[in-house]
Ligand binder design. Structure first.
Ligand code: APR
Length: 278
């Protein structure tokens, strides 16, 4: 499935000494049964007429209706918790083992699938947070608290209202205020503290080849990471079944390439190619 240009870019990167960085989005978890955000099956829009991700996943909405926002998130958390890593996640983990210190993974996915034993990634930067954690909505500290097991053991119906007991489990242990999911909301800005803004921009500067997989490229930091890589003479391949903002940006660039394909197949093929080379 890898075309000549992809192999050429890979070869050059392997011959060099800069980072080979993967930047992934919801498309890489599609084969694990986790709907993408902007796809028609994105689960923020199922069964609800008005609640788009852009309206529900905001600090503004949380401030007026924390219970409702938590209810959506607890449903998503339970789906992610029950999902299994797919062969693409597993291939990424093998690629890291092959590339060692030259590998970095920047992931927009909050589903926790890069942390399972079979798909574990060490050099990982989560730029949109991590649904396995909550933190104080009042920012009383930087601490992250694991989402109580109670919410993760089985898939929670989206219709079930939060009970008093459940709400008690979502209280900040330090100050007694409500917690919030540890994710970047649509009306918030990236920062280093929670979302590795400066670190990932630095990684992009040291990247010889960035392989973007399964993202629409609709958010700001991924676009900046691609631009930063290109501006430092790095190359970028965008893997996606459909053209998107990143592939549009790369079109016609000597250092850019669009590889049409699905994440799982492409990551497995990349892993295989690197294996043949090693
Ligand atoms: N393989 C590869 N790509 C796929 C697959 C697949 N099997 N299925 C879908 N895709 C692609 C789609 O073509 C689309 O370009 O994955 C992309 C998913 O796009 P989004 O739903 O916008 O997800 P993502 O790019 O990760 O969203 C970025 O936006 O909503 C916020 O914080 C949220 O992290 C999320 C961010």
């Amino acid at each position: 499935m890898l075309d000549g240009r992809t192999k050429e870019f890979l070869q050059e990167a392997l011959d060099g000494d800069r980072l080979i960085t993967f930047l992934v989005g919801a498309g890489t978890s599609a084969d694990s049964g986790i709907p993408t955000f902007r796809g028609k099956e994105g689960f923020w829009t199922i069964g609800s007429k008005n609640a788009t991700p852009q309206s529900m996943g905001t600090k503004k909405m949380f401030d007026v209706n924390a219970d409702e926002v938590w209810r959506w998130f607890l449903y998503r958390i339970s789906i992610c918790e029950q999902a299994k890593p797919n062969l693409g996640h597993i291939a990424l983990s093998s690629i890291e083992k092959r590339l060692g210190a030259r590998f970095a993974l920047i992931s927009q996915n909050v589903d926790g699938l890069h942390f399972r034993p079979e798909s574990l990634i060490n050099n990982l930067y989560l730029i949109h947070g991590d649904l396995r954690y909550m933190r104080c909505a009042d920012e009383c500290s930087k601490a992250l608290y694991a989402i109580p097991l109670f919410f993760r053991e089985q898939i929670r119906s989206r219709e079930t209202p939060l009970t008093f007991d459940e709400k008690q489990k979502l209280i900040c242990p330090k100050c007694g205020e409500m917690t919030r999911p540890h994710v970047l909301w649509f009306d918030e800005y990236y920062n280093e503290k929670y979302y590795h803004l400066d670190t990932t921009l630095r990684i992009a500067k040291s990247t010889g080849l960035m392989i973007v997989v399964g993202t629409s490229g609709a958010t700001n930091l991924p676009q900046r990471l691609v631009e930063r890589t290109l501006s430092r003479n790095g190359k970028v391949i965008d893997v996606n079944p459909e053209t998107n903002i990143i592939s549009d940006k790369l079109r016609g660039l000597v250092h850019g390439h669009y590889l049409q394909g699905k994440s799982t197949e492409a990551l497995q093929a990349l892993e295989e190619y690197l294996g043949e080379r090693g």
